[in-house]
Every structure is written in structure tokens, then in C-alpha cells.
Ligand binder design. Structure first.
Ligand code: ACO
Length: 438
């Protein structure tokens, strides 16, 4: 089998030779980034499937939302570089951008922020759900259950064919996710739930729902609120990653948006994805001191150890993760603002980063720190326990999931996602009665 891409004016084709058959397949170009070969008719014309475990060379959709160039370390939302959005915008504005493709005007911003603010409360009956969980339940387990249960409460926004209902569902999810996340945290801490406050911005409100208690006033630290808002921006969307693809796949069957986002949360929980910030902080704690770093670097290079440097490497970035640069700066800002001068884990992190970036193994495999490397230290300094790290990621990523879900539903090319397989099981055989099986 061989393939050859040839230009033919505006519509290039790729020719693939399978056994004796030559198949011409259209090559489609995006705005920027690699072209794609449309292999849709490959099976029909050759009887072969495309085999690509982990989808390393497979585009599953066309999208206008986010662009990543992993080799150059570029991440754009709606064309805007992530660094500029993190420095000059805020999370609500980025939400609007991801959902609508453009940054809002002042009027649009005011309307959108107001709509999100007005949807932050959850149905009062939902609070009873929490008491069904053990106090020591992982908050991601609670998130999977409670977010999925939203579809049992908000029937008026589950018709995916109604654009108005899609918009309301999107806004509800963005608005209610912090409330549910804060409730999951409060439940684990044995503290009463704190209602949202509509006079606060999105991130400040989340902080007060997590850290306020009814018996004393709570003042939001603006430096911490800005840092968390930036963390939310950095995690808002990341193209067709595992959890987003899960949401798209779940949604492709016509499932309601709340159920789809619950599926995304389940996928995000894994340590190779959103769970990595928790795993990275646990690893830094386990290393404990700069002197022990070489031992762990050696272990990470030993394939038989099963150990990886958490917070290093990325499926797409083969260069510095542009979010990690902003995250490192944010980490320093938070520690300075809180007066934490000698955070031992920061010293371990910085030295580990230095050593790994010089080590032949990591250099050759293009393993750079990813966003999770510094986010754990920052979130812990803000006051969140490690179990909440992935939950915060889910709060931020909800807008990305919802925007991608909406884009998929509105895409005329959308079909149910149904991958095929290379079957390696038994050939057809006759069933033998149980008593006669040897
Ligand atoms: N430490 C040591 N070696 C590593 C690491 C690591 N963190 N990451 C990858 N490698 C090695 C692999 O052993 C492999 O080596 P080989 O080619 O000799 O077999 C090679 O680098 C490529 O690794 P793959 O697992 O094939 O790369 P893939 O793209 O499938 O995985 C992933 C990417 C899952 C992120 C991986 O780098 C990893 O496990 N990192 C640690 C977990 C982590 O930080 N995840 C966060 C991702 S970012 C996010 O979700 C926001």
C-alpha cells in the first residue's frame, strides 16, 4: 500500500494504492495546520479500514474553536494566542469567545455575564444528592454523578435539536459547574454549602462558595481570584483531547448535553489526562527534596519501573506547553502574594524541570513540562486539597466541552461516531455443549 499526495489546482487529491486498486481521496485544507486526507470512502473502495490506535494521525472533525501547533508550542482560541488571553482577557470573555467565535462587545459581555450569573444556583433538591455519597468520596466521583443528574432536573434544555435549548444548556453548565464543584468540596470538608453570590464575578464567586463559612465574613483576595481566573482560561479548551472527544462521541448519538459533559468528566479523571496535576503534586511530595531528584529521573527512564515523570510530556506538544509558561508565572505570583517564600515543592519542581530539560532521554523524546507541572503547587497554595485539582480542571474545561458539543451538533457533516476495528479473535466455530468441553 502506498500513498501520494498530488496538487490539482484548488482540490488536491491523495492516491492510495491498496493491493491492485488505486483510490483517489480528497485532501482538505484548513486555515492553518496540516491538511487532512478524507479517507471516508477507503473501506467502500478497498475493503480496508484505517488503523490508528490513539488517533495519532486521525482528525475526527473540522473545528473553528481552537488551534494547536504542538511542534512550535502554539495554542490559539478563535485565533488569539493563549498568552494574550491569559494576560489581557478574563474567563467569562474566553467562554464567550469559545462559544461564539468572537470576543464580545461590551453589550454582549454584559448580557452574557448576567446570564451566567443568573444560572449559578442549582435546584434545591440537588443538594440532597450529595448526602447519598460517603464523606470520603473523591469529588470527581461526585461530579460524574451530580452533573449527569442535571439532565433529570432541567428537562427544558435537553432537546438538542432546539438551538435555544442548546444555548440555555450551555449557559447552565458553565454557570452551575462551579456551584456543584464547591458543593462537592464543602461536603467532603463537612461544612455547609454556600450559596452563590451574584454581586461577585465568576471566579470570586467560586472562591467564596469554596472557602466562605456562614459564621464569619469572607473577603476574596483579588490576586488569588485573578490567578484562578487565569488558570481557568488556561484550561478552557484544548482541541480534540481525550475528554473533549469523549463528549463529542457521547453527543454524536444524540445524548443530552448534561449526560455528555458527565462522560467528559469521567474521561478527564484519568491520571494521563486531567488527573495529572494531582499526580504531579503527589510525585513532587514523594520526591520531597532536591537531592532525591536524580533517583526519580533514573526511574522515569527505566521502562521496567512503570514510573513516569508526571507533568512531563504531551501527546501534541513536542515543545514547551505554552500554558506551562503562563502557569509557572502564575505560580510565582500566588506564592509571592501569599508570602510563601520557601515552598519546598517549588524548589523540587524547578530543579526537576532544569535537570529533565538537560537530560538526553527527555530532550530526545521532546518531553517538556506540561500545564499540570506547576498548577498543583499553585492550587495547593490557594487552599485546595489535591482531590479538588481535577475538579477545578473540569470547571474550566466545561466551556470547551460545551462549545465543541454545540459545534458538533450544528455541523452538517455530523454522524454518530462509530470507529471500526482490526478483529484478532477466533474465527467462526461451532458451539460445543458445556459437558463436552475439555
Ligand atoms: N516520563 C517518562 N517517559 C515518558 C513520559 C514521562 N512523563 N511521557 C512519555 N514518556 C516516554 C514514553 O515512555 C515513550 O517512550 P518510548 O518511545 O521509548 O516507548 C515516549 O516518551 C512517548 O510516550 P507515549 O506514552 O507514547 O506518548 P503519548 O503521546 O501517548 O503520551 C502522555 C502523552 C500521556 C501525556 C505522556 O507523556 C504521559 O504519560 N505523561 C505523564 C502524565 C501527564 O503529565 N499527563 C498530562 C497531560 S496534559 C493534560 O492532560 C492537560
Amino acid at each position: 500500500m502506498n500513498s501520494d499526495t498530488t496538487g490539482s489546482g484548488t482540490s488536491p487529491i491523495a492516491t492510495m494504492k491498496v493491493k491492485d486498486t488505486s483510490i483517489d481521496m480528497p485532501v482538505r485544507s484548513g486555515t492553518i495546520g496540516p491538511d487532512v486526507i478524507d479517507v471516508g470512502k477507503l473501506y467502500k473502495e478497498s475493503g480496508c479500514f484505517n488503523y490508528d490506535p490513539g488517533f495519532t494521525s486521525t482528525a475526527n472533525c473540522s473545528s473553528k474553536i481552537t488551534y494547536i501547533d504542538g511542534d512550535k508550542g502554539i495554542l490559539l482560541h478563535g485565533g488569539y494566542p493563549i498568552g494574550q488571553l491569559a494576560e489581557q482577557s478574563n474567563f467569562i470573555e474566553v467562554c464567550y469567545l469559545l462559544l461564539n467565535g468572537e470576543l464580545p462587545t461590551q453589550t454582549q459581555y454584559t448580557e452574557f455575564e448576567e446570564a451566567i450569573t443568573r444560572h449559578t444556583m442549582v435546584h434545591e433538591q440537588m443538594s440532597r444528592f450529595f448526602t447519598g455519597f460517603r464523606r470520603d468520596a473523591h469529588p470527581m466521583a461526585i461530579m460524574c454523578g451530580v452533573v449527569g443528574a442535571l439532565s433529570a432536573f432541567y428537562h427544558d434544555s435537553t432537546d438538542i435539536n432546539d438551538p435555544e435549548q442548546r444555548t440555555i444548556a450551555a449557559r447552565r453548565l458553565i454557570a452551575k459547574m462551579p456551584t456543584i464543584a464547591a458543593m462537592a468540596y464543602k461536603y467532603s470538608a463537612g461544612q455547609p454549602f454556600i450559596y452563590p453570590r451574584n454581586d461577585l464575578d465568576y471566579t470570586s464567586n467560586f472562591l467564596q462558595m469554596c472557602f466562605a463559612v456562614p459564621c464569619e465574613p469572607y473577603t476574596v483576595d483579588p490576586v488569588i481570584a485573578r490567578a484562578l481566573d487565569r488558570i481557568f482560561i488556561l484550561h478552557a479548551d484544548h482541541e480534540q483531547n481525550a475528554s473533549t472527544s469523549t463528549v463529542r462521541l457521547a453527543g454524536s448519538s444524540g445524548a443530552n448535553p448534561f449526560a455528555c459533559i458527565a462522560a467528559g468528566i469521567a474521561c478527564l479523571w484519568g491520571p494521563a489526562h486531567g488527573g495529572a496535576n494531582e499526580a504531579a503534586l503527589n510525585m513532587l511530595t514523594e520526591i520531597g527534596s532536591v537531592e532525591r531528584i536524580p533517583e526519580y529521573v533514573k526511574k522515569a527512564k527505566d521502562k521496567t519501573s512503570g514510573f513516569r515523570l508526571m507533568g512531563f510530556g504531551h501527546r501534541v506538544y513536542k515543545n514547551y506547553d505554552p500554558r506551562a509558561t503562563v502557569m509557572q508565572k502564575t505560580c510565582h505570583e500566588v506564592l509571592d502574594s501569599l508570602g510563601i517564600r520557601d515552598e519546598p515543592l517549588l524548589a523540587v519542581a524547578m530543579e526537576l524541570e532544569r535537570i529533565a530539560l538537560e537530560d538526553e532521554y527527555f530532550v530526545e523524546k521532546k518531553l517538556y513540562p506540561n500545564i499540570d507541572f506547576y498548577s498543583g503547587i499553585t492550587l495547593r497554595a490557594i487552599g485546595f486539597p489535591v482531590e479538588m485539582f481535577t475538579v477545578l480542571f473540569a470547571v474550566a474545561r466545561t466551556v470547551g466541552w460545551v462549545a465543541q458539543w454545540k459545534e458538533m451538533i450544528e455541523d452538517p457533516e455530523q454522524r454518530i461516531g462509530r470507529p471500526r476495528q482490526l478483529y484478532i479473535g477466533n474465527e467462526p466455530r461451532e458451539l460445543v455443549a458445556r459437558e463436552k468441553r475439555g
